[in-house]
Ligand binder design. Structure first.
Ligand code: 5GP
Ligand code: ZN
Length: 103
């Protein structure tokens, strides 16, 4: 849990955000400003500012498995995944997340 991290607060339940999927490693919730008809964020429960700050191979694998599990759960077979790393690449929230975009 990092102070002033919006995603840590969401994970902590501070905003009563609905989780589309959750397991011991991660949560998945809807992006507040969707850029596609389906726009989910797959977010590790531990705080890592970006992909550059996470070296845990197991957790990195779990995040991709989480993408597969949530898309299977909602019946989404075709989707795009995006990870923005660093301000210049468009990262706005500095808690690692994988965007899942679909129709
Ligand atoms: P980034 O640009 O960091 O890759 O993406 C951050 C994403 O988080 C943006 O698409 C933005 O709409 C979303 N976002 C920012 N704040 C919140 C929030 O409080 N709740 C939710 N559900 N999404 C958020
Ligand atoms: Zn955080």
């Amino acid at each position: 849990m990092a102070e002033d991290c919006i995603f840590c607060k969401i994970i902590n339940g501070e905003f009563n955000t609905e989780f589309v999927y959750e397991n011991e490693h991660l949560v998945v919730f809807k992006d507040i400003h969707p850029k596609a008809p389906i726009h989910l964020l797959v977010v590790p429960k531990i705080h890592a500012a970006s992909l550059n700050e996470l070296d845990d191979k197991n957790l990195l694998g779990e995040l991709l498995l989480g993408v597969k599990e949530v898309t299977k759960k909602i019946g989404l077979n075709s989707y795009r995944t995006v990870i923005n790393t660093g301000k210049e690449a468009g990262q706005e929230v500095f808690h690692l997340h994988i965007h899942v975009l679909g129709k």
